[in-house]
Write a protein that binds this ligand. Structure first.
Ligand code: ADP
Ligand code: ZN
Ligand code: ZN
Length: 726
């Protein structure tokens, strides 16, 4: 009997072990339990993924596992299946895939079930106290304290005493502990205050009609159209029938009010899983889901791997959001895995967005997903009007055109709030010498340093390098100038032009300080701030009813970027930012500054909205054979030496020659930024018409690539279904 164990190592394989000594019958063994095994000179904790009759290893080299850590599987069968599927599909080492699924505490061997130890004085302890012969004063004090109190948890004891003290007493049998399960507050489903409109009611009924079977639903509606209310209704029903629900959100920090809303509707019996949790909190949340006490789990990307034995429904909010794709290491898409998980578990999945990804729209068009449209916000008379400002024919003040300034003045006078969007943080994207043309470069990247005036620094947004702002040009000694605009500079310009309108700014620099996101959102919500300048972060979360004007300063960043998804992202951003604005009494206006007012996709977006844009964009994708009409994978590699990197990638291409039936291998090509953080970066692009050939090719090619000798410092990774191809 051989155990197949997934271990957290970069090797793309499972490891064989014999049963632990004295483990008895293996009949009760089930995959999904943790097992401690010797690995070289270390001990590792892995997951049992299978049991085999024999091993390819000679019997003499097989080692015995040390012990099983669980009696019941920590990962239930459908979850185990999902993880194995993900390791195969994304061609990532299976041990690392399992590691991504488990909180650190559980990977290190913490018990699978949560229990609190209640300490109390034993019979022997009471006798010892009564006899009066007990010497050690601190231990006697502890006994007396505990005797008087009845019982206490370790945390309560630790306020007065040291763990060594009660452990010493426990060793002598004078105190003992009884483990008791902490109780999570039971879920309560409180009634909603609103009556569903017709579109919502239809959508809720359709989703409920599929409880207990797999079905993928796309809920398409702008911010405020009532998507969350739909989620709450279907979750309430799934939970009432005894099930668990998993809700994925892009970023909890930006949507604290969503979790708040769930708590208001369902009481305390929900858990939130996100990067802000401590290790212990994450462990507890995971365990509560695993033992079925937590009925609703709201979490970011990795929450898709939460153990949910009674899973009945999955919701993916803002399904188009790029943060569902992991960008390093294990390149999975939580959105796509949610659909696979729902399919394996036989439950419905609900994808919601105002700007669905082209992949999801194509799935809906093809009938694989059911699309439900929610009309405009309840009560909103008209959607905002979008129009273009031609920057070629306009004087601009630090990037803000005269037409935009005029509109801002008009809206502010009328009592509206204004959002100004620019997806570039910092003061200016470059520092420039007009005398000799020198531009402050990053010493480690092929990139310019961004000027952060308030911090008095130049920063590289790619590698994080920082430098002092030079007073004069490094090569000719003449004075230097900030060129271009970042949010910091736009804030400065607008503060000068609108001295009476209090400003707020939201970008990664502002958000780095704790609590500032909430503070900024609060200033906008209360109406204290009149103008909000910000980046991509504005496209998420909040809806500001008093915002009547949105100005998008630079649409062109997205129009001609090399990436095939750039226009999709631009259209999503414009639509999402536009969706922050307006309500019934005050229709919204959206102004988009561009040098290319004739651009076809931009015009389709303006005149027909997101779906019109998407139809055109899908046509272009089909003509160019880009996803969703082709399947891609990117092999990215980086090394210290560019010639060696190139040789290595050429050798990888050679390995593909005899295999490449039905796939195209393109490259090597340098990354757009060929050097980052002192490493040269290049990639190979694998293209196929369908999943099958792509997967078969990768499965045979990657082991060959893996066996190539790489240059010093080589790092490579494979990204299946990449969001970016460079
Ligand atoms: P979304 O998730 O699409 O942004 P929400 O579900 O948050 O939309 O709804 C936006 C606002 O409208 C919320 O305050 C919500 O309580 C309210 N709302 C939703 N559905 C209705 C309805 N049928 N009638 C009245 N108000 C509603
Ligand atoms: Zn110079
Ligand atoms: Zn850099």
């Amino acid at each position: 009997m051989i155990l197949k164990v997934a271990l957290d190592t970069p090797l793309r394989r499972v490891f064989d072990y014999r049963l632990p000594e004295g483990a008895g019958e293996a009949g009760a063994l089930r995959p999904g339990v943790r097992v401690r095994v010797p690995f070289g000179r270390r001990q590792l904790i892995g997951i049992l993924v299978g049991i085999a009759e024999e091993s390819a290893l000679p019997a003499g080299r097989l080692r015995s596992a040390d012990a099983f850590l669980d009696e019941q599987p920590l990962l239930e069968p459908p979850l185990l299946e999902l993880l194995s599927w993900a390791a195969d599909y994304y061609h990532h080492p299976i041990g690392e895939v399992f590691a991504a699924a488990l909180p650190a505490a559980l990977r290190k061997g913490a018990p699978a079930r949560s229990a609190v130890d209640w300490w109390s004085v034993s019979e022997a302890g009471r006798n010892a106290l009564a006899s009066g012969r007990f010497r050690a004063p601190r231990q006697r004090a502890l006994l007396a304290w505990l005797e008087q109190r009845g019982r206490a948890t370790a945390e309560e004891l630790a306020v007065e005493f040291k763990p060594a003290q009660w452990k010493a007493l426990a060793a002598r049998g004078l105190v003992d502990a009884v483990a008791e399960k902490p109780v999570v507050a039971p879920i309560e489903v409180r009634p909603s205050e609103v009556t569903l409109n017709e579109a919502q009611a239809r959508c809720v009924a359709a989703v409920l009609g599929t409880l207990g079977t797999f079905a993928a639903h796309l809920v398409f509606g702008v911010t405020g159209s009532g998507k969350t209310e739909v989620y709450l209704r279907v979750i309430a029903e799934a939970v009432a029938r005894g099930g668990q629900a998993l809700v994925l959100v892009p970023e909890i920090a930006l949507t604290p009010q969503l979790v708040e809303r769930f708590r208001r509707r369902f009481g305390a019996g929900i858990v939130a899983l996100h990067s802000g949790l401590t290790e212990a909190e994450r462990r507890d949340a995971w365990r509560n889901a695993h033992d079925g006490q937590a009925r609703i789990v709201i979490g970011t990307r990795s929450a898709v791997f939460t153990s949910l034995p009674h899973l009945a429904l999955i919701v993916v909010d803002e399904e188009h959001d790029a943060s569902y794709k992991q960008h390093e290491g294990f390149h999975y898409s939580a959105r796509d895995l949610a659909v696979i998980r729902a399919r394996d578990a036989g439950v419905p999945v609900v994808l919601g967005s105002a700007t669905p990804s082209l992949e999801t729209l194509d799935n809906a068009n093809a009938g694989r997903y059911v699309r439900h449209d929610l009309p405009e916000r309840p009560g909103a008379a008209r959607p905002p009007t979008l129009s273009l400002i031609d920057l070629r024919s306009q004087a601009a003040e630090q990037g803000v055109s005269g037409a935009a300034l005029e509109a801002m003045t008009r809206h502010l006078r009328a009592g509206g709030q204004v959002i100004v969007f620019l997806n570039r943080r910092g003061y200016a994207p470059s520092l420039f010498c007009t005398a000799c043309g020198w531009v402050a470069p990053c010493a480690h990247c092929d990139a310019r340093m961004t000027l952060h005036l308030r911090a008095g620094e130049l920063r590289c947004h790619h590698c994080g390098a920082r430098a002092k702002v030079p007073a004069t040009c490094a090569t000719c000694g003449q004075s230097v100038h900030a060129v271009g605009q970042g949010t910091e500079r736009v804030e400065e310009t607008l503060a000068r032009l609108f001295p009476d309108a209090p400003l707020a700014r939201l970008d990664r620099d502002v958000a780095a300080a704790r609590g500032t996101v909430e503070a900024v959102l609060g200033r906008m919500a209360s109406g204290e701030a009149r103008i909000l300048v910000g980046t991509q972060m504005l496209a998420k979360g909040h809806h500001f009813p008093d915002v009547t004007l949105v100005v998008i300063l630079d649409a062109d960043q997205g129009l001609f970027a090399s990436d095939f998804r750039a226009t999709e992202r631009l259209a999503q951003t414009i639509t999402q930012v536009a969706g922050r604005a307006g309500r019934a009494a005050r229709p919204g206006e959206v102004l988009i500054q561009t040098q290319f007012p004739q651009h076809r996709l931009l015009n389709r977006l303006i005149t027909e909205g997101y779906l019109g844009f998407a139809a055109s964009a899908l046509e272009e994708r089909r003509e160019a054979s880009w996803p969703p009409y082709a399947r891609l994978a990117v092999l990215r590699a980086e090394a210290k030496d560019s010639a060696q990197l190139d040789r290595y990638l050429r050798a990888a291409v050679e390995q593909a020659r005899p295999l490449a039936a039905g796939v195209k291998l393109l490259g090597p090509a340098s990354a757009l930024m060929a050097r980052r953080a002192d490493h040269f970066r290049a990639h190979l692009l694998v293209e196929a018409a369908a999943r099958g050939p792509l997967q078969r090719f990768l499965a045979t090619w990657l082991p060959r690539v893996e066996s190539l000798r790489g240059p010093p410092g080589l790092r490579w990774s494979i990204d299946v279904d990449p969001l970016e191809v460079e």
